[in-house]
Design a protein around this ligand. Structure first.
Ligand SMILES: NC(=O)c1ccc[n+]([C@@H]2O[C@H](COP(=O)([O-])OP(=O)(O)OC[C@H]3O[C@@H](n4cnc5c(N)ncnc54)[C@H](OP(=O)(O)O)[C@@H]3O)[C@@H](O)[C@H]2O)c1
Length: 273
């Protein structure tokens, strides 16, 4: 199984200029210091600008102190273009290799070709692990079937309290095949459970019981299965510090059952943004 921090850091929509950028860089660095060492980015974010920012922010750490994921756009997912896209990302990140390289979402290029390119990138030392994103069970199975020398390490998918489709089949399937599931948008954006997060709401009460915050309860709940990880994005220091505090929490069986009852897993096609 891929070894990454249970709670990592996303970078989509990271501020790209001015004081907000400085603040976001400090927040990202603080997150690393607090143990959120998995940093997720993509060639798509800011059309490459976010990879440059991430590379500069991480330059102050030893290479082995963090774990970087980036992603190839589906439009670039032919064999040759995938290799070239990874090399461009490495230049922007100013790194010799990334830790995990993903196909961002299913592409019209033949999947076998993309998987062969990802495997070549591992053989050339450009990435340590490879994976996919926004792939449902059948697509994960197909992607893995094309790999000869390297296992499929991860699938990054939409997973939050109001969108738990991945919990029905994908997470168990990946758990049985040593594939890490990385939950993106763990706070659900506009679908954040505001009512349950009130002090008298279910999440508010559980948080108070443990001396934690609602967001810490959410992150901890989502990442309970051994193969599930999360990458909340935060550009503010106080948000990063709060998210890192989700790491040392033990929800009890009663908490888990109560959250499961209000935010159940639904079977169906995998949702994405
Ligand atoms: N593979 C894919 O297709 C895909 C799709 C979407 C996202 N992703 C990845 O997943 C990451 C996370 O998803 P996301 O950015 O969509 O959503 P998210 O992490 O669920 O939410 C981000 C928002 O939550 C706020 N926030 C974070 N921590 C907070 C806290 N402790 N208290 C209050 N607000 C807090 C952030 O504010 P501030 O930034 O202002 O601090 C930001 O507005 C992305 O950044 C990206 O790396 C991948």
């Amino acid at each position: 199984m891929l070894q990454i921090s249970k709670i990592g850091q996303g970078t989509w929509n990271m501020p790209e200029n001015g004081a907000a950028l400085d603040q976001a860089v400090r927040a990202l660095q603080r997150g690393i210091e607090l143990g959120m060492t998995h940093v997720d980015t993509a060639e798509m974010y800011g059309s490459g600008r976010v990879e440059e920012i991430v590379g500069k922010a991480l330059a102050r750490f030893h290479r082995k102190e963090f774990f970087v994921t980036t992603k190839v756009l589906p439009a670039n997912a032919s064999y040759k273009a995938t290799i070239a896209a990874c090399e461009r990302s490495l230049r922007r990140l100013n790194m010799e290799y990334v830790d995990l390289y993903l196909l961002h979402w299913p592409s019209s290029h033949p999947l076998e070709e993309t998987m062969r390119a990802l495997e070549t990138l591992v053989e050339r030392g450009k990435t340590r692990f490879i994976g996919v994103s926004n792939f449902d069970v059948d697509q994960v199975r197909e992607a893995a079937s094309y790999l000869r020398s390297v296992p499929l390490a991860s699938d990054q998918v939409l997973y939050h309290l109001r969108e738990r489709t991945a919990g029905a089949r994908l997470i168990p399937y990946c758990g049985n095949h040593d594939i890490a599931v990385v939950a993106y948008t763990p706070f659900g954006r506009s679908r954040f459970p505001r009512r349950e997060a009130q002090p008298e709401g279910l999440l508010g009460r559980i948080a108070a019981k443990h001396g934690k915050t609602v967001r810490q309860v959410i992150l901890n709940f989502l990442t309970r299965p051994a193969n599930v990880f999360a990458i909340p994005k935060a550009s503010h220091l106080n948000h990063v510090e709060e998210n890192a505090g989700a790491l040392d929490l033990s929800l009890d069986a009663q908490d888990v059952a109560a959250i499961e009852a209000v935010f159940p897993v639904h079977d169906g096609p995998l949702a994405s943004l």
